[in-house]
Design a protein around this ligand. Structure first.
Ligand code: PMV
Length: 363
């Protein structure tokens, strides 16, 4: 498929009013997306576990503008976050509407009211852009489906992922499926740079309900945003090798997902997390998002793994928080270790218990 396939082909109907609501999860990448080309095309393929508990719920109400109202000029919407009107969130949504207008030509014909809330604390350092942008994209495509009831389910979900990508790259991996691939990879059939697809191959049952305990090391605003970080991959001295490595790591994961070899899984996942941060530390300008406690936790995890042989590992996103990953069958002993030895490194001992989920749901 190509981007223009997401421009509505048939004449769309109209509705006077509409209301839809979606709940959409966050995701945690195993092979990381870091670096992009124009129009939010990823520089390398990535794959993520969809989460189950970190979610955004978004409702979208629309009213058709009257003929006397100026339809063509601007996007007309109000945005409420956790019940409160949020003017400061509007520019981001306005930019999103501008990016998707070509694919959603009906946007300026309606007035929208958007209500959004997260299942996790806003100031937890957990990025809400994946869950937030995917929930909004799904809501917009739901309105489009009312204008074009013949839209197939396959096109619906693909378009939601395509639009979510234009809001925040990794958001395209939050639509459908437990393991989602985004970005073309030679050995993953159907993979695309334009949208996320559910990982199509065999997955060993050890990955079923895989656990992710998110340790909230630092709840402050990130010093460097993801978009600045992605940009710094242009002219990065190690970029080309990094992009090749992501392809190789995804090839390796393909075999690991089928065999269930957790030692190999751990090696790839930790290598990806540390490479992501190594890219930040070696860009120009360089920066560090890990905190001393991030490293304390990593060292404790390594020592515990060495001592017990249990398949615990970590990954990181673009921040200081640590995602601790482990199979469900080892939950009791690993969680006890987390409680006894790791929570002390978290801001006010805070953490989020999560596990692999299946994607968004319409409410
Ligand atoms: O979706 P963005 O632009 O916020 O980038 C997210 C990048 C990482 O979370 C660091 C990696 C990933 O693949 O999710």
């Amino acid at each position: 498929m190509q981007a223009q396939d997401f421009i509505p082909q048939s004449k769309l109907g109209t509705i006077d009013t509409g209301k839809v609501a979606w709940q959409s999860p966050s995701n945690i990448a195993l092979v990381k997306y870091w670096g992009k080309k124009e129009n939010q095309i990823p520089a390398n393929p990535s794959i993520s576990f969809t989460l189950n508990n970190c979610k955004t719920t978004t409702s979208l109400e629309c009213t058709r503008k009257k003929d006397s109202e100026n339809k063509g000029d601007f996007f007309d919407f109000e945005f409420y976050f956790e019940g409160k009107k949020k003017e400061d969130f509007k520019p981001k949504i306005y930019t999103f509407f501008e990016r998707i207008e070509k694919y959603c030509p009906y946007l300026k014909e309606y007035k929208f009211t958007i209500h959004s809330k997260n299942s996790f604390p806003h100031s937890s350092g957990i990025a809400s852009s994946a869950s937030g942008m995917s929930a909004l994209a799904l809501s917009i495509v739901s309105i489009e489906k009312e204008l074009n009831p013949t839209m197939s389910d396959a096109h619906f979900y693909r378009k939601a992922s395509f639009l979510a990508r234009l809001g925040s790259g990794s958001a395209c991996r939050s639509i459908q499926g437990k393991l989602v691939v985004w970005g073309e990879h030679a050995e993953i059939e159907g993979s695309s740079n334009l949208y996320g697809v559910e990982y199509p191959n065999e997955v060993h049952q050890v990955f079923e309900n895989y656990q992710d305990t998110i340790l909230l090391v630092d709840k402050g605003e990130k010093k460097v945003s993801s978009s600045v970080g992605h940009d710094l991959m242009h002219n990065h001295p190690f970029a080309e090798e990094r992009f090749k490595q992501a392809h190789r790591n995804l090839t390796a994961l393909r075999a690991i997902f089928s065999s269930g070899n957790l030692n190999e899984f751990i090696e790839i996942v930790e290598n990806e997390a540390l490479t992501l941060h190594a890219m930040m530390m070696s860009s120009n300008p360089y920066f560090i998002l890990m905190k001393p406690n991030t490293l304390e936790i990593i060292n404790k995890i390594w020592a515990f793994r060495e001592a017990t042989g249990l398949p615990i590992c970590f990954t990181l996103d673009a921040g200081a928080n640590v995602h601790v990953l482990y199979p469900e069958k080892n939950k009791i002993e690993i969680f006890q270790f987390i409680e006894n030895e790791l929570l002390t490194y978290c801001d006010k001992n805070q953490f989020i218990s999560d596990s692999v989920g299946f994607g968004s749901i319409r409410l």
